[in-house]
Write a protein that binds this ligand. Structure first.
Ligand SMILES: NC(=O)C1=CN([C@@H]2O[C@H](COP(=O)(O)OP(=O)(O)OC[C@H]3O[C@@H](n4cnc5c(N)ncnc54)[C@H](OP(=O)(O)O)[C@@H]3O)[C@@H](O)[C@H]2O)C=CC1
Ligand SMILES: O=CCc1c[nH]c2ccccc12
Length: 279
């Protein structure tokens, strides 16, 4: 059974999500990958209009034969324009009456009218179109602005979170936790996928050897050790099984966590792919 975390609105969110924004090469159909993830035991699927695959996620959900109650679906507001229309468009594409979590994909989408935009999000929850509402890529200041005017606080902040950006993201995670907001981390496997050859690699390899697990499992365990939920992905069935086994692995020791933190603080190798900023 996948592990869940209780959100500040009483709902439970599975702590291991399968992301559809990067599983495929650009414009590739993700239906088969989502089916494979559901078949492997993932019950939380993360999508967004900007991934142009909500209809494919919907098809995979229907194909899976799983009931709506067995699934947790996250999508996002990201193209701008009227918020109520955007959520209904997403629901149409997904073929669902409601999503479990609806996020503002980036702070610039609401910066002109934080209060008015968040009120629209609160209405989405009150109308039952999303069971929970939240934000993504928000820093402390941006979270503070929403919390200040919110009747319903964001339940989740989904952010880029890995050992190489831990020092800069720590404050957002701690601020969120103080306000009862769960942080979900994407790109947790950056040291393997985008920035191989950096100072985190040997530390992770040593821990992986001690535990007889993969480097990806150590990195995801490190994410969880910070109280952060995971949004990851893979095109490979064997990696999906590894990701899902992470909750059952023994905890990293405090010294191991500190060693990953310290290696991450040295930064990625100079050959690392640049982080693309968007939204
Ligand atoms: N809210 C937001 O703004 C954002 C949200 N997201 C969400 O998060 C999801 C995950 O993001 P992503 O950055 O891909 O997450 P991760 O950092 O978890 O990376 C997943 C990738 O790592 C690869 N991988 C796994 N193990 C290894 C290994 N040992 N060596 C090399 N590569 C490996 C996988 O490739 P393989 O297929 O070969 O296993 C997969 O492509 C997205 O799909 C999206 O849903 C992502 C970015 C921004
Ligand atoms: O959601 C975050 C990053 C991302 C992943 N896939 C795409 C496609 C288009 C824009 C942004 C993204």
């Amino acid at each position: 059974m996948p592990t869940t975390v209780k959100l500040n609105d009483g709902n439970e969110m599975p702590t291991m999500a399968f992301g559809t924004g990067s599983v495929m090469k650009e414009k590739e159909d993700v239906t088969g990958f989502v089916e494979q993830a559901l078949d492997s035991g993932f019950d939380h699927i993360d999508t967004a209009p900007i991934y142009y695959n909500e209809n494919q996620v919907g098809a995979a959900i229907r194909e899976s034969g799983l009931s709506r109650e067995e699934l947790y679906i996250t999508t996002k507001y990201d193209f701008g324009g009227p918020i109520q229309k955007a959520v209904r468009d997403s629901l149409d594409k997904l073929g669902l009456k409601s999503v479990d979590l609806y996020l503002i994909h980036g702070p610039n989408l609401i910066e002109k009218d934080v209060e008015g935009s968040w009120k629209e999000f609160e209405k989405i929850k009150e109308d039952g179109l999303a069971k929970s509402i939240g934000v993504s890529n928000f820093n402390v200041e941006q979270l503070r602005k929403v919390i200040k005017i919110a009747r319903i606080k964001p339940a989740v902040n989904q952010i880029n979170f890995n050992p190489y950006n831990y020092a800069s993201q720590k404050a957002a995670v701690e601020y969120a936790a103080k306000h009862g907001i769960v942080t979900a981390g994407y790109s947790g496997l950056t040291p393997l996928s985008r920035s191989p050859g950096g100072p985190v690699d040997p530390v992770v390899s040593t821990i992986a050897a001690r535990l007889n697990v993969s480097a990806a499992q150590v990195l995801l365990k490190w994410v969880r050790s910070k109280g952060v939920a995971v949004v990851t992905t893979s095109s490979k069935k064997e990696r999906l099984a590894e990701y899902l086994a992470v909750e059952e692995l023994p905890d990293l020791t405090a010294a191991e966590i500190a060693a990953i933190d310290a290696a991450g603080a040295k930064g990625p190798p100079s050959t690392a792919s640049p982080v693309v900023h968007f939204l």
